[in-house]
Design a protein around this ligand. Sequence first.
Ligand code: MF3
Ligand code: CO
Length: 251
Amino acid sequence: MTVTIKSEREIELMREAGRLLGRVHEELAGIIRPGISTKDIDRVCEEIIRSYGCTPNFLHYQGYPASVCVSVNEEVVHGIPREDHILKEGDIVSLDTGLIYQGYHSDAARTHAVGQISAEAQKLMDVTKQSFFEGIKMARAGMHLHDISNAIAAYVTPFGYGIVRDLVGHGIGTHLHEPPHIPNYAVRRRGIRLRPGMTLAIEPMINMGTGDVEWLDDDWTVISADHSLSAHYENTVLITEGEPEILTLMS
Ligand code: MF3
Ligand code: CO
């Protein structure tokens, strides 16, 4: 499968899928507090998505059992919501979720503080989010895919953080995961040329220690190998003739 160029009609549907997912994240941000279980977050997330007449695209994806990935502290991504996993003051929690609107997918992630967190944790979250914005400065027609990767890596590396290499961003559209892969680390070859109508999920995953990861026995949860804190930030982005459009950010 090659990288798809969305038509004007498809772009309108992607915009709506993105806009609604931005709202889901706004609502989820409001429920994060010490004492809530990660399963509670999943219940609320699925309810919001369905209330918009949309379908959670993570649910049952390759057997994944929930509508949102909830990854706490050293968990990088794909944490499975659990009744007995209760958020506590000082945690950082990454929420990654997506939906399908009239056949078109959106995908976005945010990392939140639970109550008061350490300055170090806040900095990791800030750098991870900013690295996305550094990356999308290159998300323009005529630039190349790995210009995005290299911009993310160039911003993150001086902080001494580890960039996760085993998981990458991706194209998105009528499928949650479409070509191309979008690394968050430096790549020497330039990659494909970016064209208007491409829709990309750009999602840096950054660890406070090394970028090495391991999988837990549930076969989903990815943790940092050194158990250092990890943050994740993702939006679905449209390449245009000019500025990139961030489809999953409420404005
Ligand atoms: N946003 C995640 C990604 O792009 C999707 C996770 S799929 C799930 O990798 F099944 F884990 F939900
Ligand atoms: Co994604």
